[in-house]
Design a protein around this ligand. Structure first.
Ligand SMILES: Cc1cc2nc3c(=O)[nH]c(=O)nc-3n(C[C@H](O)[C@H](O)[C@H](O)COP(=O)(O)OP(=O)(O)OC[C@H]3O[C@@H](n4cnc5c(N)ncnc54)[C@H](O)[C@@H]3O)c2cc1C
Length: 819
């Protein structure tokens, strides 16, 4: 074994070997893989090998598409067959909401370029003659299906071997029977690993240890949010029906999924494999894999599988006459949201994570591709936020993970509504006024562990969501909250915001280097600033206020706490000139907004609030109610006169009560996240994470006013200069979508030119309750961005006429904000 390598990959499952392969593809050959026993010995050897292209996530969808394309090329590239059966894959629907889910998915598939068809029951029967279309008391009727002709199933071990062969041919060294048992980071940033075959030092280490992620994490000082769950499939004996069908010339049947009964089904040597995602499957190895568990399986739990077996028997008559040959019950890595962890490790340099894969055979290609790009180029090629390990934070306690991972497993096949809020492990983190909000009818959702009020049920209305792809039970109430903010005054609790304090003589210069805008130099000024990637994409968004000399208050999205904290910490100068403190937990935030906001504020503070004393886009440290040291920032995300009050958390109850007492005469009330979504859409405000990602530059995002090319150097500047010279490839638009009666765009919709060409993608959408327009915002080719341009947006599978509006269709002059 080498004693030094540029990259060491730990773990020889399909994910580790794919990472190794892709690093060599990027031209690095000084790379080593260490596997404790033998390649594929983890979960890879017993996987069912399905490669579903279906995924609602724009990012994961791209990773899966890359994998499927790669796996088709691999045999020619390596000379190793991978047994890729391109059977296609059929997802049945037995209810309208399921069809809506497929229709919503069509938007994602179209923007990624994944071929698919929505087909009728008759076409299902044609493709899959052995299916029972149902419609009787026992078996629900198939009302349609989503068909992917291009995917199927593969032999996971053969796939791993093909990747191994190509990686070795490119110079990679693979060491089996080599367990990593210790890791220390050297002062030069390299990692020294202790293994059963001696020591090895590496510039970069990549963790691909599957079910071992918990103990690997511990070795590197990380609480890894990945814990496996039991997953089983049944292998059946020969099926006479299938045999007869195949012998009469029938082609291999598509992989069949009946999500409404939570199972997959495919051919296996004239018999079947049936794999349910059942309720009650337990998390395993929360503290790590015990030493006695090698290339092992758990005993089969047929009882748990029975409801799904019975459903499959009704759907595929004849199955009940097939004997069960085997039950495979293995650990399958999970994370709280079911997506893998792919990207840099937080708080550690030169350490990379490719863990938590529950669809690892499908994702291995894409995850290896992007991670290799990240390691070698310093940036991934596509926006990876949906799988970035830093999307989770310190709140992922063991109990949280166990509950959430079991839930994510159980919910693989449930309908994933756009307004879905999963219920387990809640409440985890709450704002101090949580109970008050609850009494006011709050219907909560959860983000980054925080409970956030999505909307408020008025008296007499049940505080409960009815999730849907269409307008639902809360539509009218959210509309009322929006109107209250536009016409009177309202409060939004944004306590989860991520908050940093940056102090020290180097603070200004350091921050200024990190972002494209000019950091405020005058005390009290606020600037919206974006940290860019080398390619000019938007990495982070910060609202930066200069509170005093050498003292900045930096706010970013609540879900970006670890992501931004890691970024800032890793860029901190080592000379002690800057101090960075994460103060997220010590300040609460109430947004007080609406035309009467000043009237309310006047009653709770003596600070002068007129425009001359407290103009828009400035902040002051004030007293409010009984609270002192309140950072009052005259900005908000809804486009109204108002203040964000960032207060020491211990004042939360008193301040909240004071605001409501003062606001009673003006009709004050709460508003939730959904109202904020509607209001920000009316103002064309871009949301970090969906509208603003690495995929687009601020010039494409129409944010040139937040970029100062006339200041000193900043990351991404070169890329922006190139765009200025060569032309900005995309433009940001706000669209009114016409003819919508009950299903608004919600993001991830393709945008088409009148001649039917795909010319853009909506990144968000919502109903603008005050404008009474269905709105979408997103990116189009520049020639389609002029106000008044007619386009169409595909909403739930239907192309709707759309017109480009002015940026900020509500109050484009910002008169409300300046009032
Ligand atoms: C029953 C079942 C069916 C499945 N079916 C499918 C399917 O149809 N499609 C699909 O996409 N996915 C499927 N999966 C999931 C799939 O198996 C996994 O996502 C995938 O195998 C994960 O690959 P991996 O490389 O991340 O992990 P693993 O294959 O588990 O590999 C991790 C490797 O790391 C090694 N290792 C751990 N610690 C160390 C250490 N300290 N030093 C050195 N080496 C170490 C282990 O020995 C192991 O070989 C299924 C899973 C199960 C359980």
């Amino acid at each position: 074994m080498k004693s030094h390598a540029r990259v060491v990959v730990i773990g020889g499952g399909v994910v580790g070997v794919s990472t190794l392969y892709h690093v060599t593809k990027k031209g690095w050959s000084d790379v080593v893989l260490l596997e404790r026993t033998e390649l594929t010995a983890g979960s890879t050897w017993h996987a069912a090998g399905l490669l579903p292209l279906f995924n609602m996530s724009y990012t994961v969808g791209q990773l899966h598409k890359y994998s499927v394309d790669l796996y088709k090329r691999l045999p020619a590239e390596t000379g190793q067959d991978v047994s890729f059966h391109v059977t296609g894959n059929l997802r049945l629907a037995t209810c309208r909401d399921r069809m809506d889910e497929y229709r919503k998915y069509c938007g994602t598939a179209n923007t990624i370029g994944v071929p698919f068809q929505l087909i009728s029951p008759a076409e299902v029967k044609e493709l899959w003659p052995l299916v029972n279309l149902g419609g009787d008391a026992d078996t629900p009727a198939v009302i349609g299906a989503l068909y992917h002709p291009d995917d199927g199933h593969i032999a996971p071990a053969d796939l791993t071997m093909a990747l191994r062969k190509a990686a070795r041919a490119a110079g990679a060294e693979i060491n089996e029977q080599t367990e990593v048992s210790g890791a220390v980071q050297l002062p030069n940033g390299e990692w020294k690993l202790t293994t059963s075959k001696g020591e090895i030092t590496a510039e970069h280490v990549v963790l691909c240890t599957g079910n071992y992620a918990r103990q690997t994490g511990r070795m590197f000082g990380l609480n890894m949010p990945a814990i496996p769950v039991e997953h089983q499939y049944i292998v059946y004996d020969e099926s006479p029906e299938l045999k007869a069908y195949r012998q009469s010339g029938g082609r291999e049947l598509a992989v069949l999924r009946e999500p409404d009964e939570s199972y997959y089904f495919r051919e296996e040597r004239m018999g079947w494999i049936l794999g349910p995602y059942e309720a009650g499957a337990p998390a395993r190895f929360a503290d790590g894999v015990p030493s006695w568990f090698g290339k092992d399986l758990f005993p089969g739990e047929l009882e748990r599988l029975l409801p799904h077996v019975e459903a499959a028997q009704r759907r595929v008559p004849g199955l009940e006459r097939c004997g069960i040959k085997d039950i495979v019950n293995g650990p399958i890595a999970y994370t709280p949201d079911g997506s893998p962890l792919v990207g840099p490790a937080w708080g550690k340099r030169n350490l990379w994570i490719n863990e938590g894969h529950s669809f690892g055979i499908t994702a291995a290609g894409g995850a290896g591709w992007q991670l290799a790009e990240w390691i070698v180029e310093g940036e991934p090629g596509i926006d990876m936020l949906a799988v970035d390990p830093r999307r989770f934070g310190a709140y992922t306690s063991k109990r949280y993970l166990v509950a959430k991972n079991e839930e994510a497993y159980r919910d693989v096949f449930t309908i994933h509504y756009p307004d879905e809020e999963r219920q387990d492990a809640r409440p985890a983190k709450t704002s101090p006024v949580y109970d008050r909000l609850k009494r006011m009818g709050a219907v909560f959702g959860q983000r980054y562990g925080w409970e956030r009020a999505n909307w408020f049920a008025p008296d007499g209305v049940e505080p409960k969501d009815e999730w849907s792809f269409r307008r639902s039970n809360y539509f009218e109430h959210v509309g009322n909250e929006c109107r209250r903010l536009r016409e009177k005054v309202g409060v939004i609790d944004l306590t989860p915001f991520t908050k940093f304090e940056v102090t020290g003589p180097g603070a200004e210069g350091w921050l200024d280097n990190l972002v494209a805008n000019k950091v405020p130099t005058r005390i009290g000024r606020i600037a919206l600033c974006h940290a860019l990637t080398k390619r000019g994409g938007i990495r982070s968004e910060f609202t930066i206020t200069k509170l005093a000399d050498h003292h900045y208050y930096v706010v970013s999205a609540g879900a970006a706490e670890r992501y931004d904290s890691d970024f800032l910490q890793k860029h901190l100068p080592t000379d002690g000139s800057v101090t960075l403190r994460n103060i997220t937990g010590s300040r609460g935030v109430f947004v007080l907004a609406g035309p009467r906001a000043r009237d309310v504020m006047t009653k709770i503070t003596d600070a002068p609030l007129d425009n001359a004393s407290f103009p828009w886009l400035t902040g002051q440290v004030i007293e409010a109610g009984l609270a002192t040291d309140v950072y009052a920032l005259r900005v908000n995300f809804v486009g109204a006169l108002g203040w964000e009050l960032h207060f020491p958390i211990e004042y939360a109850h008193g301040l909240f009560d004071a605001i409501f007492a003062a606001g009673a005469e003006y009709g004050i009330g709460m508003a939730g996240m959904r109202a904020m979504e509607s209001l920000r859409m009316e103002k064309s405000y871009r949301m970090w994470g969906s509208d603003l990602t690495r995929d687009n530059t601020p010039l494409e995002g129409g944010l040139a006013r937040f970029v100062r090319m006339d200041k000193g150097p900043f990351t991404g500047r070169g890329a922006l200069e190139q765009q200025q010279k060569n032309g900005v490839p995309l433009s940001f638009v706000t669209l009114e979508v016409h003819g919508v009666t009950d299903a608004d765009p919600l993001g991830n919709e393709p945008i088409f030119a009148p001649d039917g060409r795909l010319v853009g993608r909506a990144t968000s959408g919502y109903y603008g309750h005050c404008l009474r327009k269905s709105l979408a915002i997103g990116y189009v080719k520049p020639e389609f961005a002029a106000v008044g341009t007619e386009l169409s947006v595909e909403v739930l599978g239907e192309r709707k006429r759309a017109t480009v509006l002015v940026d900020s269709p509500y109050d484009p002059q910002n008169t409300d904000l300046r009032a």
